[in-house]
Design a protein around this ligand. Structure first.
Ligand SMILES: *[C@@H]1O[C@H](CO)[C@@H](O)[C@H](O)[C@H]1NC(C)=O
Ligand SMILES: *[C@@H]1O[C@H](CO)[C@@H](O)[C@H](O)[C@H]1NC(C)=O
Ligand SMILES: *[C@@H]1O[C@H](CO)[C@@H](O)[C@H](O)[C@H]1NC(C)=O
Ligand SMILES: *[C@@H]1O[C@H](CO)[C@@H](O)[C@H](O)[C@H]1NC(C)=O
Ligand SMILES: *[C@@H]1O[C@H](CO)[C@@H](O)[C@H](O)[C@H]1NC(C)=O
Ligand SMILES: *[C@@H]1O[C@H](CO)[C@@H](O)[C@H](O)[C@H]1NC(C)=O
Length: 334
């Protein structure tokens, strides 16, 4: 009898443990699902397919942590991300910021939050792409694609809701032309034919501005920024005036330094305008050779008719007003 009870009890314990295990697994899965559906954006089909991948990712997140070596160096997740916009001076901005001894940047555009393949590799993968930094340094990354990516705000917010965001904006029409110029250059390099600007920017039948043209969509800044400001408070987003960055880099850099809580260390002497190159160069400093922004960056814009420019400016005017209202700040774009 005693032995029987004993056996029964043992069986119960085993069954109970198994049940508890199942229960905990279900609970955990629910938690994971809640975390997965976090944010205002519903998961796209592409994302839904890959729940397994995301679950793995989230499990890895829990394990990932900074490994600080004996010189106090670690690869840290970025505390600040330059989110865009494309063709507005993001590269110049990050190169200028790198002159600050307390700013380190990832060497490439990471395309981590905007690309599901990369995102599935997990935060630890992302962290390991970051430069080794001291605790008093700030790690930054720039991927202009984040600005227009629907899923990126929620993913960055989930990584760390305190992440500081920097966006650089320039005149929307100038940006469209620069965007077109870049794409033309890329196509020409591949010997592909290039569509005339007007055929892309205008609807064939009506002659109205073509809302389907991606370059036009990107320049409707308020539509994209609204998504970020749904999740991040306004004071966590700094807006660099891309037009002013070109004529007055130090002034714009100083504002970013203030935003990041850093002393103003990027000095006027360290950046000069090289008129041969038509762009800025950064003087050599301790442990750093002279660097100039690449030749392709100061590239001359293709010629677009005055009429076309006026049409685009007129089109963007109400969109700019909506942007000003959204961000509580005006630009002198006309
Ligand atoms: C810490 O890591 C950095 C970057 O890999 C390396 O250069 C440095 O030598 C390491 N320091 C020690 C004491 O391990
Ligand atoms: C989130 O970011 C803030 C500001 O950079 C930092 O102080 C905090 O430690 C971060 N939290 C986590 C969990 O990494
Ligand atoms: C996402 O990243 C992967 C790997 O880097 C790349 O092969 C793929 O083309 C990217 N997807 C998109 C949509 O850009
Ligand atoms: C483009 O065409 C030129 C000559 O027409 C040729 O020399 C070059 O190799 C081509 N480039 C590519 C990427 O196909
Ligand atoms: C910065 O240097 C340039 C010349 O390199 C000069 O024209 C400009 O006035 C200087 N600005 C300030 C704020 O010192
Ligand atoms: C500007 O750039 C050109 C071409 O790279 C270089 O030869 C020249 O020395 C630079 N000018 C100055 C003032 O450094």
């Amino acid at each position: 009898m005693k032995r029987c009870l004993c056996r029964w009890l043992r069986a119960c314990t085993v069954a109970g443990s198994a049940l508890l295990l199942i229960y905990l697994t279900v609970l955990q899965d629910n938690g994971l699902m809640a975390a997965l559906s976090y944010g205002s954006q519903p998961l796209s089909d592409e994302n839904r397919d890959s729940n397994k991948g995301f679950r793995k990712l989230l499990e890895e997140d829990a394990l990932s942590s900074e490994r600080v070596n004996s010189s106090n160096l670690a690869q840290r997740l970025p505390q600040c991300i330059i989110i865009g916009a494309r063709k507005s001076g993001t590269r110049a901005l990050i190169k200028f910021l790198e002159l600050h001894p307390q700013i380190l940047s990832a060497s490439d555009e990471m395309h981590f939050f905007s690309n599901d393949t990369n995102y599935k590799l997990g935060l630890d993968w992302y962290r390991r792409k970051m430069p080794w930094s001291r605790p008093d340094q700030i790690t930054i990354e720039k991927t202009p694609k984040y600005f227009i990516s629907e899923i990126s705000p929620a993913r960055i917010h989930r990584m760390n809701s305190s992440t500081k965001l920097v966006v650089i904006l320039r005149h929307p029409t100038t940006r469209v032309v620069s965007d077109y110029t870049q794409i033309c250059a890329n196509k020409q390099a591949r010997n592909e034919s290039v569509d005339p600007f007007e055929s892309l920017a205008l609807e064939r039948d009506t002659g109205h501005v073509n809302l389907e043209y991606r370059a036009i969509q990107i320049s409707m800044y308020h539509q994209h920024l609204a998504r970020w400001l749904e999740l991040f408070p306004r004071d966590q987003l700094h807006i660099v005036d891309g037009g002013n960055l070109i004529v007055n880099p130090i002034v714009e850099i100083a504002k970013v330094e203030t935003f990041l809580g850093l002393e103003h260390q990027v000095k006027n002497e360290s950046i000069y305008f090289n008129s041969t190159r038509g762009f800025y160069c950064m003087r050599a400093a301790k442990g750093r050779p002279e660097r100039c922004l690449g030749a392709n960056k100061g590239r001359k814009h293709v010629k677009i008719s005055e009429k076309m420019i006026h049409k685009l400016n007129r089109f963007f005017r109400p969109h700019n007003e909506r942007l000003y209202k959204l961000i509580g700040r005006r630009f002198s774009w006309r």
